[in-house]
Design a protein around this ligand. Structure first.
Ligand code: DO4
Ligand code: MG
Length: 298
């Protein structure tokens, strides 16, 4: 069972999508309302949705025909860093801080008890399927980071899984780790979607395949896959650090880190299209657009 949001006649609709791909609009504004109502009735979210759609007809449209929105308006998107060996290698490759034989901050965080967590995005900066992700105008080395996203309640319960793209500037981050917020956060630098797969319907969240494809002039130029079994940490561990002495809001998304890195000579270009696929969740597809350089006036 998955949850989507779409736009119809200027109305935002929340809907459940069954395993046979039938779309059922729900009388709620977002997934978190459904979760709260199910809790109130002391039944699981899936059982509650089943009671809501039982005896109803789905809409006569397939998911691909809908004007999909981000599956949740996440008040904040947080992200985890260096949770996969592949990310550690990539960070060490790009950093100018690496001295021969010396451990980097990336080596240390990979092995430390405390994970790297950072604020990735806010609702206004986060986009859904098919909307453009933007390229920063002051970076020459930009890539998508395909990641599994945890959708959590304010208590830290993982209620669903989605796909996230943690767009990143390897040159800015590599120049100085203190530039991380600029390497990670700008307008439309985070995409999530196309759906949220309800956690209770995922058999093994540590065995999910992620595949990233990048198209240039409609030609496939990058295709790489990874599996969440390569993750060095547990999801609950990441969530528990996020909750430490923190106020977390219902519907927060926590990205769990990347294990897919395009070849080191690759950088995204205006007009590219990024697809990230996780079977059981869907394909998050976004075109890439350049942000126009701003002139700074004193
Ligand atoms: O340390 C920088 C962030 C790394 C990251 O975003 C990732 O591993 O996914
Ligand atoms: Mg990342």
């Amino acid at each position: 069972m998955r949850i989507i949001r779409y736009l119809e006649d200027s109305q935002e609709i929340v809907a459940a999508v069954t395993d046979d791909h039938i779309v059922y609009p729900l009388p709620f504004r977002d997934l978190m309302e459904v979760v709260r109502e199910a809790k109130h009735r002391q039944i699981s979210t899936v059982s509650y949705i089943q009671t809501l759609i039982s005896g109803k007809q789905g809409i006569h449209k397939e998911i691909g025909e809908l004007n999909l929105l981000a599956p949740i308006v996440a008040p904040e998107v947080w992200a985890s860093g260096v949770t996969y060996e592949k990310s550690r290698e990539a960070r060490n490759y790009e950093t100018v801080e690496k001295a021969a034989g010396q451990e980097t901050c990336y080596d240390r965080v990979y092995n430390a008890e405390r994970p790297e967590l950072f604020l990735k995005s806010t609702a206004a900066r986060t986009i859904g399927p098919n909307a453009p992700v933007y390229l920063r105008s002051d970076s020459n080395w930009q890539i998508p980071e395909p990641e599994l996203g945890l959708v959590i309640t304010r208590e830290g319960e993982i209620v669903g899984y989605t796909i996230g793209n943690d767009m990143s500037c390897r040159d800015i981050e590599g120049e100085n780790p203190l530039y991380l917020p600029q390497a990670k956060i700008w307008k439309h630098s985070c995409a999530i979607g196309p759906a949220i797969r309800l956690a209770e319907t995922v058999e093994d969240p540590y065995n999910l395949q992620l595949t990233c494809r990048i198209y240039r002039n409609d030609q496939l130029v990058v295709e790489e896959s990874a599996n969440t079994r390569q993750l060095r940490r547990r999801y609950d561990e990441l969530v528990s650090f996020l909750l430490r002495d923190n106020e977390v809001f219902d519907g927060t998304v926590l990205l769990t880190g990347t294990s897919i890195v395009p070849p080191n000579q690759f950088t995204l270009e205006d007009g590219d299209r990024i697809e990230i696929e996780v079977p059981g969740i869907g394909v998050l597809s976004n075109p890439v657009k350049s942000l126009v350089k701003q002139t700074v006036t004193k």
